[in-house]
Design a protein around this ligand. Structure first.
Ligand code: ATP
Ligand code: MG
Length: 433
């Protein structure tokens, strides 16, 4: 038979219940901070990602699902590998930045052609958050503080470590890159293969190489921090001061550079020791140049001379929901929650009275989850009731109906008794608020 594609997962009901719980916690925190939801297309023009993310990144070099559509000439399209590029396109296209500083979030699937393994899939899901319009370090700190509260609410606070770095501004980074390349060029033979290639394509990525001999070389390499100007330094220090004020611990990781080109100043990652090499659960940073860069392009992604590149500040992060769920499962699993409060079983000959009873109950008691089984034998229905996790089963039979009564069974202790028909509909009874 035809199976699902490698790296694309079904999320079955038992698992999906956990997704809903997780999303509810995340959305609750987002709304408590005043962030608003935005829903974006899953497909965009390939040029958008190529320009925004950068040609020498893992994503654009080898991970994008790209195809041509059927238009004439065909339009190159890509399944979104991340959400920031599309979010920025949307806020520009709809003028959301005019006179406003939107704080937005989205949840949904992303697509990257990677080698599937635990915590790494070809379709995966992210919560993305973008805070537009503030160049000030409080915007960076607010996002980090918000994620900190999410860990708190999920019982993960002790599992997460916050790593911080500053990438400075593009001219500072350029000066550093030149110094790094000068330092490493002589010692090329000691670099791992990827890093050798990156020496010409994307030298900063060498900093986060996992190779031991490359890391040893980097010990004496020039440090990015020494190339930051006073403005970048002051910004970074203020972010740290806010976090200290908020009691949020962090480590400075001078080798944290992030895989995407658009970042400047603050970058951060929340990492855990519990997920092996897929350790990063949430990652983000500031990207003050991206909006101006995309604004100045024509609809093919070509820079337009007539449009100067403006600086329009923004900061954001993306959280990998599969990794977050793996972590939750490992250290603080959600408590079992049955999908049913009341099961209604009815003798086949009075089954229509059973349907009417359940329907009335759902109208009157929106707080109860009321389930029925099909009109098979009462014995078969009672088996389903046992499996349903319901706290109470209502049994509808002719004899009780004649006296305006119903029979209820306490599923904990098996005790059964007769009560008036509207006993449950009256919200004072059973789980009533
Ligand atoms: P990695 O270094 O693990 O490849 P990344 O730097 O490519 O991560 P980002 O682009 O920063 O990841 O995406 C943010 C988060 O999304 C990651 O920290 C991770 O939790 C999650 N994520 C990224 N790629 C995948 C994937 N292929 N499968 C599952 N989750 C992913
Ligand atoms: Mg990656």
């Amino acid at each position: 038979m035809i199976k699902a594609i490698k790296g694309f997962n079904d999320i079955l009901p038992q698992q999906s219940a956990k997704w809903l719980r997780l999303e509810a916690v995340l959305q609750n925190v987002l709304s408590r901070y005043g962030y608003e939801n935005i829903r974006l297309p899953i497909v965009e023009q390939t040029d958008l990602f190529a320009r925004a993310i950068g040609g020498a990144t893992d994503i654009v070099e080898k991970e994008m699902y790209s195809f041509a559509d059927k238009s004439e000439p065909p339009t190159p399209l890509t399944l979104r590998p991340e959400g920031t590029a599309g979010a920025v396109r949307a806020v520009i296209e709809h003028n959301l930045l005019r006179g406003d500083t939107p704080k937005l979030w989205y949840i949904g699937p992303m697509f990257r052609y990677e080698r599937p393994q635990k915590g790494r899939y070809r379709q995966f899901h992210q919560l993305g958050v973008e805070s537009f319009g503030s160049a000030l370090p409080d915007a960076d700190a607010e996002l980090i503080a918000m994620t900190d509260l999410m860990w708190q609410e999920l019982g993960l606070k002790n599992e997460m470590r916050l790593q911080l770095n500053s990438l400075g501004e593009s001219d500072e980074r350029r000066a550093y890159r030149d110094a790094l390349v000068r330092y490493l060029t002589d010692k090329q033979e000691q670099l791992d293969e990827d890093s050798k290639r990156r020496l010409t394509t994307n030298p900063l990525r060498i900093l986060d190489s996992k190779d031991a001999s490359t890391q040893a070389l980097l010990n004496d390499a020039p440090k990015l921090a020494d190339f930051l100007g006073t403005e970048s330094m002051a910004h970074f220090e203020q972010v740290q001061a806010y976090l200290t004020e908020l009691g949020i611990d962090f480590e400075i990781n001078p080798h944290l550079v992030r895989g995407l080109d658009y970042y400047n100043k603050t970058v951060f990652e929340w990492v855990t020791d519990k997920l092996g090499s897929q350790a990063t659960v949430c990652a983000g940073g500031r990207y003050d140049g991206l909006i101006g860069q995309l604004k100045s392009m024509d609809n093919k992604g070509k820079a337009q001379e007539s449009k100067p590149v403006t600086s329009e500040p923004a900061v954001g992060f993306a959280m990998g929901l599969e990794r977050l769920l793996l972590l939750i499962e490992a250290v603080a699993p959600f408590t079992e929650d049955s999908a049913c409060d009341v099961f209604v079983a009815a003798h086949p000959e009075v089954y229509s009275a059973g349907i009417a009873y359940a329907q009335n109950l759902r109208y009157k008691r929106p707080d109860l989850r009321v389930k029925m089984a099909s009109a098979t034998s009462l014995k078969a229905q009672m088996k389903k009731a046992d499996k349903s996790g319901a706290a109470l089963t209502v049994i509808i039979a002719q004899q009780e109906l004649d006296q305006q009564m119903i029979s209820i069974k306490d599923m904990q202790n098996g005790e059964q008794k007769n009560v008036p028909q509207d006993w449950l509909a009256d919200s004072a009874n059973f789980l009533g608020q």
